[in-house]
Design a protein around this ligand. Structure first.
Ligand SMILES: [Zn+2]
Length: 500
């Protein structure tokens, strides 16, 4: 296990060192070096899914990750129906220089790539989730012994991405503004809560792993309505969730369900008017702010979503610790947290630090340019429609504390810089106030549009080095090995070794 110095001890040592400094500067320098974590203790993680081990062999993949990437921790995609973490390269993108060169578009299914044990799913209708595409292959059982022989660690990654044809999804699905069921699960549904705690308890009980990395990239209704995440379209008529469980949760928190529904209907009208260029007489921003003033339930309803999402993280954490106290839980903080100030305001790093042992803070720089530009275009089409995109970008750079990044026309082709990675790392470290570790997510060949930035070894080296030099407790190379080119992986590994 990684040696972690408890914060109180660390502070006492620091104070003692400071007191000694005046007398014995040389001694202090030696002690300070000894007290700093050795590079080998940093978590050098990499995300990888079952298909890579099936295609390339367990030992061969681990050899490559250790030798090229200096990886000491495997974040093994164990549960998801999403292609961001599981499966081969996504369709339409070039294959990397390893693994099968054939698309799994037709065979990819997703689900639980380990073996579900029925006793952990008694309190949920979501009990039939075994991923079928690799037959009896159990990825955790197959990879864990080889990981242990090498002295590496293994975390199971689990992600809140479902598909509509799975048993139980219809019963637990969110309900949108028009009363239609969606493909996403309601986080206030008791069966959904029981599924997440059951799944992580199953994994931690059935396998001798080191912990769980939990992913939930879903946004609340406000951002969904405005399309203010990089990956989202503007879907103001399809915001969620207006189900009976949300009605109950709202009542418990003193929020008026009907006024929330009416507020989101007004917001939908505002967004649709903006998209068809019908400017309110007082301007777009003023009209938006007026909606928030007159319908405070809009923000309250968004907060209700965030509360459920973070309650799930806390419940996952408690469930994992109930199996073994020394198991660790990490929480993936999605990219939108980095470039959307409205989202940022809803994420307190110090609060999240109390729910997890480490935060994987996404600081993907290459694809970041394209994603940030998309965010600017989306908010620039409704709330900030009166502001030219270039000026909106510059304003946002100041608000977010970014440095000298490319302008609107070059942003997607330039990507974001290594300086951006360093700044986001430092912000997270300052935010958590020492209460948990920060492992920035490093972009290695995350797919982008054909004309947008593609990772080079120099980019990858610079981003990895920047995160480590900024004081990160390690890095997590992302998103998945099956989309990474080996030269870029090796560049990340060189940066890790050079930082030692
Ligand atoms: Zn609901």
């Amino acid at each position: 296990m990684t040696t972690r110095i408890p914060r109180r001890t660390f502070l006492q040592r620091s104070a003692a060192l400071a007191a000694t400094a005046a007398v014995h500067p040389t001694l202090v320098a030696t002690q300070a070096r000894a007290a700093a974590p050795a590079p080998a203790e940093k978590t050098i993680g990499l995300q990888v899914g079952a298909v890579s081990f099936v295609d390339e062999g367990v030992d061969r993949v681990l050899d490559i990750l250790q030798e090229k990437g200096a990886v000491n921790t495997i974040f093994l995609t164990t549960f998801t129906y999403g292609r961001g973490l599981a499966g081969r390269q996504i369709p339409g993108q070039p294959f990397p220089d390893h693994g099968s060169q054939e698309s799994d578009e037709k065979t990819f299914h997703g689900g639980n790539y380990a073996t579900p044990h029925a006793e952990f799913y008694k309190n949920t209708v979501l009990r039939d989730t075994r991923a079928p595409e690799h037959g009896d292959f159990d990825v955790v059982a197959a990879v864990l012994p080889a990981v242990r022989r090498r002295g590496m660690k293994l975390f199971c990654s689990v992600e809140d991405v479902f598909r509509p044809d799975i048993a139980g999804v219809n019963e637990t699905a969110e309900v949108d503004l028009s009363g239609n069921k969606t493909g996403t699960l309601c986080l206030y549904h008791p069966d959904v809560r029981a599924f997440w705690t059951g799944l992580v308890t199953d994994l931690c009980t059935s396998y001798d792993i080191d912990g769980i990395l939990f992913f939930n990239e879903r946004n609340g209704p406000l951002l969904r309505a405005l399309g203010t995440s990089h990956a989202q379209d503007i879907a103001s008529a399809r915001v969620t969730c207006f189900c009976e469980h949300h009605r109950r949760a709202a009542r418990e928190q003193g929020i008026d369900f009907d006024r929330a529904h009416a507020g989101y209907s007004k917001l939908n009208e505002f967004v649709q008017a903006a998209l068809s260029d019908r400017r309110p007489s007082d301007g777009y921003f003023v009209e938006f702010w007026r909606l928030l003033v007159e319908w405070p339930e809009i923000l309250a309803w968004n907060r209700l979503f965030d509360a459920a999402k973070h309650e799930v993280v806390a419940e996952v954490n408690a469930a994992v610790k109930a199996v073994r106290e020394n198991l660790e839980v990490g929480f993936h903080i999605e990219h939108v947290n980095s470039f959307n100030p409205i989202f940022r305001a809803t994420r307190r790093y110090d609060d999240l630090a109390g729910r997890a042992d480490f935060l994987k803070v996404v600081a993907y720089n290459n694809c970041g340019g394209e994603r940030y530009a998309r965010f600017i275009r989306n908010v620039g089409s409704n709330v900030f429609r009166d502001v030219p995109h270039e000026e909106l970008l510059r304003f946002n750079n100041h608000v977010l504390g970014y440095g000298d990044e490319a302008g609107m026309n070059e942003l997607a082709t330039a990507g974001l810089s290594a300086d951006y990675v360093a700044r986001e790392t430092r912000r997270a470290l300052a935010g958590v106030q020492g209460k948990c570790r920060i492992l920035p997510g490093i972009d290695i060949d995350i797919p982008t549009d054909p004309t947008s930035r593609k990772a080079t070894p120099n980019d990858t080296y610079a981003a990895t080095a920047a995160a480590l030099a900024a004081g990160a407790h390690g890095v997590i190379l992302s998103r998945k090995y099956s989309e990474m080119r080996l030269a870029n992986l090796a560049a990340a590994g060189r940066a890790v070794r050079d930082s030692a």
